[in-house]
Design a protein. Structure first.
Ligand code: GLN
Length: 447
């Protein structure tokens, strides 16, 4: 009830939710009370949680921020949603997001932009902007997000919260609406690393219904928070993350954070990730290519938006998609279809995949001599609403420090490191595959 009242009072000014399910939440809360009374409660029982509107929720609208799915109520729960339900968490609503997770500012949402609670004239980041804003505004303590190229970490940085993008394959993608399947990964967003550890424990598990889900023994991420000492931890600091384009205030906050790690006993080592700049062109070929195939399922026939009175099948497809998809989504479909078409495939898609392999190799080389990598999450702080909407390439440049992590399938997190003026600055920590526990421990001990 307190969470619902807070949403009622504040979300008019934020627009962090697309759907609030008050009735369902109160029902689940009563069930949680009964579970607590029976003595079979876990740490998440009764905790209100918001899911990014990309996760399918049985019987509850799942729009993915798009007009295309405005009226879509899935017949099943995403595995992540089901796991939180089993843990007794209370599903309070679905958060705002860039349409089909394409964006870095939440301004591509069919349901309107979302404001940053630190300064409502600014963006919360994207695409998981609603989740980040809802947490920063104190509307909920925990939410889910997804990260294809930075969509958990960048909004976490802009909103001054903590977010973790797990290793590709650690968290099930079943029921998570696909954007770029080889890059998409769901993860937790919360105020602290400790809360993220608790949430990740509930999310990470093998799912036989997701062929890319890995089989690994369950891990106690909360218990691990104190197990990894910062004494002797080797932190790699990539030269390329501190070059041209990085805002001076952000650089100063990150430098100070790195000094704190040194004071805790860690050692800093300059490293090089030489193909960082290539991550943008490689990602913005691969992600749209995968998106163009994934989004072919929205044809106006099986589900989703259907145009009025089509004259024939061609008209049905064309108008349904034209009306259902926003500008950025249509741009990605065009770019992706072009990159995959015969005659251009070798020049663009294949080349991008080769660059992807080289980027993964650069990380592998770096991790031969360091345990984790640290740097800024974003080149600047939250920008003004509308500042970049007319220039898609300026928007894509926002992702310079986050994209390569997805191309390599690595885990990474963003945690609050300080402020530039009144706006939060995020520190990014990148780990080796399946080394989430070490990242969370480093973040926790820093916090
Ligand atoms: N900003 C990037 C994009 O628009 C990343 C989005 C994401 O991680 N979902 O594709």
């Amino acid at each position: 009830e307190a969470a619902l009242a807070r949403i009622d009072a504040l979300d008019g000014g934020l627009n962090s939710f697309i759907t609030v399910d008050a009735e369902g939440a109160l029902r689940e809360a009563r069930e949680a009370d009964a579970r607590i009374a029976r003595g079979d409660a876990g740490p998440l029982t009764g905790i209100p949680i918001a899911h990014k509107d990309i996760f399918c929720t049985r019987g509850l609208r799942t729009s993915c921020g798009s007009r295309m799915l405005d009226g879509f109520a899935p017949p099943y729960d995403a595995t992540v949603v089901a796991r939180f339900r089993e843990a007794g968490a209370v599903l309070i609503g679905k958060t705002n997001m860039d349409e089909f997770a394409m964006g870095s500012s939440n301004e591509n949402s069919f349901y309107g932009a979302c404001a940053n609670p630190w300064d409502r004239s600014r963006v919360p980041g994207g695409s998981s902007g609603g989740s980040a804003a809802a947490i920063a505004g104190g509307l909920v303590a925990a939410a889910t997000g997804t990260d294809t190229g930075g969509s958990i970490r960048q909004p976490a940085a802009f909103c001054g919260i903590t977010g973790l993008k797990p290793t590709y394959g650690l968290v099930s993608r079943l029921g998570m609406i696909a954007y770029a399947s080889s890059l998409d990964q769901g993860g937790p967003m919360a105020r602290s690393a400790e809360d993220c550890a608790l949430l990740l424990g509930a999310m990470a598990a093998h799912d036989p219904r997701d062929s890319t889900s890995v089989q690994r023994p369950p891990q106690d991420y909360v218990g691990g928070l104190q197990q990894h000492s910062m004494e002797g931890l080797r932190i790699g600091v990539p030269r390329e993350y501190f070059g041209e384009g990085l805002n001076n205030d952000v650089a100063a906050v990150i430098d100070a954070a790195l000094k704190e790690f040194e004071a805790m006993g860690a050692t800093l080592k300059e490293i090089s990730l030489p193909r960082t700049a290539l991550s943008i062109p490689a990602y913005y070929v691969i992600a749209p290519a995968e998106a163009s195939t994934n989004l072919s399922r929205y044809d106006g026939v099986r589900y989703g938006h259907r145009c009025q009175d089509p004259v024939d099948l061609e008209d049905l497809y064309t108008r349904s998609r034209e009306e259902g998809f926003g500008d950025e989504v249509q741009r990605r479909i065009l770019v992706g279809t072009y990159a995959l078409s015969s005659g251009y495939y070798d020049a663009y898609y294949k080349k991008a995949q080769q660059v992807r392999r080289l980027i993964a190799g650069d990380f592998a080389t770096a991790f031969e001599s360091v345990d984790i990598i640290a740097g800024p999450t974003t080149p600047g702080v939250a920008f003004k609403l509308g500042a970049k909407t007319s220039d898609p390439t300026a928007m894509y440049l926002e992702d310079i420090y986050t994209l390569s992590v997805n191309l390599a399938g690595l885990p990474a997190m963003s945690l609050p490191a300080g402020f530039s003026d009144h706006l939060p600055v995020g520190l990014q920590l990148i780990g080796q595959h399946f080394d989430e526990a070490r990242l969370l421990a480093a973040a926790h001990q820093f916090q």
